[in-house]
Design a protein around this ligand. Structure first.
Ligand code: ASP
Length: 629
């Protein structure tokens, strides 16, 4: 398709010239970001400044409360409303007033709630908007209703931001993070909970560092998970537990290493990040069942206490057992109560009281629970198991067996895979070994560096020829198929450009992100539109891909130009990709006005037809025909 939009091509040309070719940052996988339309309107002089090659990302901060925003009132800490933004504006590390002024930020954003971080090492500007909840809550006061509100807000604003930060009290943060991880289905963008042990208003505190770290990750790295950021570490949200009430290092993720550490540099462990494996669109399941509970075993617990607990309206229980999932095997009357509850439809999970380690049936005292019908919870934290039960039990359309199956499945990386699963790595590859031999390199470090350098290029090359077998081989060797090449292009960009629907489908099922942007700011969706890959556009849209706000703003000009040249197919593709057909171009005319003025009645009719057949609620019917190369 000819690039008929002057603004788009100008923007692309400018970003192409301005990005430093030696800058390694575009190689970071899945870095979101875009230029603000403002940059295109600026005088050429501005392009000489440092900001000319800056890419902006947008982060939404939902401030739910917690110590981070508390002040002392009558000798106790309480959340302070309407104070955070004003305070942050005075902190140069959290707001660059000069940049906001220079780039007329507030012509575009509300100064009451929007701030901008200083330029990051990765040459990103993170513009963040804070939405303050009313009332702000100490997290001890939170319930499932509050989780649902956070989920709904993320769902509503999902397409307007690159990432989300949730400010939250630390006391129940592990529960909320776990719950959101299950509620957010087919998540493709980062959602990061953080807070602090000391209010951000105090002279010495951990709130500033925690907020800054969470913003920098949410705005720069497309980690498609609900995470918790605290004290220089990013954790998977459903793996954490609060372990210290009096230290900045308040959280622990006993059974999974952090996803990232932020010390001198931000180091993301992409091998640990839970990658999406779906072609479904993001949505939030806000239904949660509150009839769940935690039952902690202790020596001498009475059968009456267990019976009373299980006789209530309870539908799901996390039994916190001893060690590797053990309970008394010399108390048949106690085990009988558990069996009775299970027989009447209650789901009981077996989780260990230990911080580290997993449930197993090593001992007879463990086997007795398995035999009674309890579901082994692996190394899930009680917080994760409880919120998973709450999420699964709310799926009223599922049978009890289907619910039990979901409870034992690893839905969001909340438990470790079985030990013994084959761990393959790139160094197993004969191909790589041959290359290494040719280069006479044997040292593991160098070998690893070669693998890292080669993988994205090999994966992109395999994609270019539509070779799924080669992609599968690379994946089986432990490689990440969403890494980008020297131009920030991922295999999904290539497959979308080539129109290989089956490869697109395969990549989406193996971790590829529809939000990845290459060095020109293009996503797989923009590529598919440019090369007119209609079925790919439909599949990407179904998976949640969307134009950025800037692209939607520019769509009017593109549509008018397509209308003027009578390009019916082009108009349909842009429509399928989510462009608003009524968006006026830079001169205020819509595509259909342009067509009318030029007497192109066929175009006017076509536009009308597209508009009438607009899919309800944005769902596009997807034809599952696989078009090969
Ligand atoms: N009580 C506070 C809360 O959870 C503790 C904190 O934020 O650190 O809201």
């Amino acid at each position: 398709m000819a690039d008929t939009s002057t603004t788009t091509s100008l923007a692309r040309a400018l970003s192409h010239q301005q990005l430093d070719p030696c800058d390694p940052s575009p190689r970071d996988p899945l870095v979101p970001g875009r230029r603000r339309a403002l940059s295109f309107k600026s005088s050429l002089n501005r392009l000489d400044t440092d900001d000319s090659c800056v890419i902006e990302s947008r982060v939404l901060v939902l401030n739910t409360g917690g110590t981070i925003g508390m002040k002392v009132d009558h000798d106790v800490l309480k959340p302070e409303a309407n104070a955070l933004v004003a305070m942050l504006k005075k902190l140069p590390i959290l707001h660059d007033a000069a940049y906001a002024e220079k780039t007329c930020l507030y012509d575009y954003y509300n100064p009451e709630d929007t701030l901008v971080l200083p330029l990051s090492k990765e040459k990103r500007r993170i513009i963040y908007t804070i939405v303050e909840y009313n009332p702000l809550l100490d997290s001890s006061n939170m319930t499932t209703k509050d989780w649902a509100k956070i989920g709904r807000d993320i769902e509503t604003e999902y397409e307007n931001y690159d990432g989300f930060v949730v400010l939250h009290g630390t006391d129940t943060m592990a529960y909320t993070a776990s719950a959101l991880s299950f509620m957010c289905e087919h998540l493709g963008k980062p959602v990061i909970l953080t807070g602090s042990q000391v209010p951000i208003y105090e002279m010495k505190n951990d709130g500033r560092g925690n907020l800054l770290g969470a913003l920098m990750i949410a705005g720069q790295y497309c980690i498609p998970e609900v995470c918790l950021y605290f004290y220089n570490k990013l954790y998977r949200g459903n793996r954490v537990t609060k372990v210290d009430a009096g230290s900045y290092n308040a959280f622990s993720s006993p059974n999974l290493a952090p996803l990232a550490t932020t010390e001198v540099d931000i180091a993301i462990d992409w091998d640990t990040v839970w990658m999406p494996n779906t072609t479904s669109k993001f949505r939030v399941s806000t239904e949660l069942n509150r009839n769940v509970g935690l039952l902690r075993l202790f020596p001498g617990i009475t059968t009456e206490a267990v019976r009373a607990f299980l006789q209530s309206a309870i539908e799901g229980v996390v039994l916190e057992s001893y060690g590797s999932g053990n309970a008394p095997d010399n108390r048949p009357e106690l085990i009988a109560e558990l069996k009775k509850a299970i027989a009447s439809g209650t789901i009981i999970m077996n989780c260990t009281q230990c911080l580290k380690g997993t449930v197993s049936a090593f001992y007879n005292t463990g086997k007795v629970l398995l035999d009674a019908g309890l579901i082994p919870g692996g190394d899930m934290t009680p917080e994760a198991a409880l919120s998973k039960l709450s999420y699964v039990l709310a799926k009223t359309n599922l049978s009890i067996e289907a619910k039990k199956k979901l409870m034992s499945d690893n839905l969001r990386g909340e438990m470790s895979a079985d030990r013994g699963a084959a761990t393959l790595c790139m160094s197993d590859s004969r191909f790589i070994q041959i290359i290494a031999k040719t280069l006479s390199i044997n040292c593991t470090e160098e070998m690893k560096a070669i693998c890292n350098a080669l993988t994205p290029t090999l994966a992109c090359a395999a994609t270019k020829t539509g070779d799924i077998e080669a992609l599968e081989a690379l994946r089986e060797m432990g490689n990440n198929l969403c890494l980008s090449d020297y131009d920030g292009r991922t295999p999904l960009h290539i497959a979308a450009s080539e129109g290989y629907l089956n490869v697109v489908q395969y990549l989406l099922s193996h971790g590829a992100s529809v939000y990845a942007r290459d060095r020109y700011g293009d996503t797989p969706l923009s590529n598919a539109v440019r090369f007119r890959r209609k079925e790919v556009v439909k599949l990407l849209r179904k998976t949640g891909a969307h134009f950025s706000r800037d692209e939607l703003d520019e769509a009017g000009t593109e549509l008018s130009s397509l209308a003027a040249s009578g390009d019916l197919e082009g108009l349909e593709i842009w429509h399928l990709a989510g462009a608003d057909l009524n968006k006026p171009s830079y001169d205020g005319k819509t595509a259909s006005q342009v067509a009318e003025a030029l007497g192109k009645t066929e175009v006017v009719r076509h536009l009308l037809k597209l508009e009438t057949n607009k899919p309800k609620s944005g769902v596009i019917e997807f034809t599952a025909t696989m078009t090969g190369k």
